[in-house]
Design a protein around this ligand. Structure first.
Ligand code: RIB
Ligand code: CA
Length: 315
């Protein structure tokens, strides 16, 4: 049995797809086992996220991994997707072959809880979308916290934001859900914008990936076209692959610099709603260090590993 048993909850999404490719290769290396996956609304609708997750796993030869449907809307907030970045279908409008696996109908929170109980505390939960599914699971099953080893997220930021000046998309999309996760009692590893924007891929690195003939390289080449045009229009000279970070951190934390801190979510502020507030630099601490705030990455080792993992996916 591998050292890491993971569950991936995604709003699949272009960089969620890259994260799935990395996870598939890490599983093939024997370093992780993917126990299950679930889909949530966020970058795209739940319907697209569910289909995309199933189809990407199918293309990677991982159709045996069960994928469960989750929330179609945030707990309280209105649903706003990010079609301007990820395309209407979440994958830059690229249509993938349908997964041969029968579609699961059990809801994400029920399946996650069952898996966590069976794993007896070994399960690591990776969230690369809004936290709605996880929050529903914690509310429905108050003892879930006993069964999760840790939660690793792409989300938040110690400094700044992308969807507003103060908030990162995944947290802003459902701040009430993120608040439940940070208050759950399970330790959170927060790969926020502070680190995910540092792991940028430059054009020559993108070209290297595009030359690969594996499923991962082809998926990357095709699904990133739409968002690369958006990044260019924003004056960003490369591509951020945010969601890859919590997956790589799980196995290779030595690539990263991180600090323990208390982190909670602003749910009320009218210009700061969705901000992750961390107490690293203040005099008055929160009194609890519920999170590992990931702040920096060795970019060269990160992109080398990312390219290797895409090149290791099946043909
Ligand atoms: O904030 C970065 C966004 O891009 C998030 O939605 C993240 O999950 C990625 O898809
Ligand atoms: Ca995502």
């Amino acid at each position: 049995m591998s050292e890491h048993l993971i569950w991936m909850d995604l709003d699949t999404g272009v960089d969620d797809t890259a994260a799935l490719c990395c996870a598939a290769s890490l599983e093939n290396r024997g370093l992780i086992t993917i126990a299950g996956a679930s889909a949530v609304c966020g970058n795209t609708t739940r319907e697209h996220a569910f289909a995309n997750t199933r189809n990407v796993l199918g293309m990677l030869g991982k159709e045996h991994i069960p994928v469960y449907p989750g929330a179609e809307k945030p707990l309280l907030a209105e649903l706003h997707t990010a079609a301007h970045v990820h395309g209407e279908n979440g994958l830059g409008n690229v249509v993938l072959p349908e997964s041969p696996a029968p579609a699961e109908s059990i809801m994400a929170w029920d399946a996650l809880y069952r898996c966590a109980v069976e794993a007896e505390g070994r399960l690591e939960l990776i969230l690369t979308g809004p936290h709605t599914n996880a929050a529903i699971a914690f509310k429905k099953y108050p003892d879930l916290k006993k069964y999760l080893k840790r939660i690793l997220i792409m989300g938040g930021a110690e400094v700044g934001g992308n969807i507003t000046p103060a908030a990162e998309f995944n947290i802003y999309a459902d701040p009430e859900a993120a608040e439940v996760v940070f208050k759950s009692g399970v330790h959170v590893v927060m790969c926020g914008l502070d680190v995910t924007e540092k792991g940028i891929l430059y054009p020559e690195e993108i070209r290297e990936i595009e030359q690969g003939e594996t499923v991962g390289c082809r998926l990357f080449r095709d699904t990133t076209q739409h968002c690369r045009a958006w990044y260019k229009s924003m004056g960003i000279g490369g591509l951020h692959i945010h969601d890859v970070n919590p997956v790589l951190y799980t196995v290779y934390p030595e690539l990263y610099t991180a600090e323990e801190a208390g982190v909670f979510v602003e749910t009320r502020g009218y210009i700061t709603r969705g901000k992750t507030v961390s107490d690293r630099d203040t005099d008055v601490k929160f009194g609890v260090k519920n999170a590992t705030v990931v702040l920096d990455v060795d970019r060269v080792r990160f992109k080398d590993l990312f390219i290797e993992l895409l090149q290791e996916t099946i043909k």
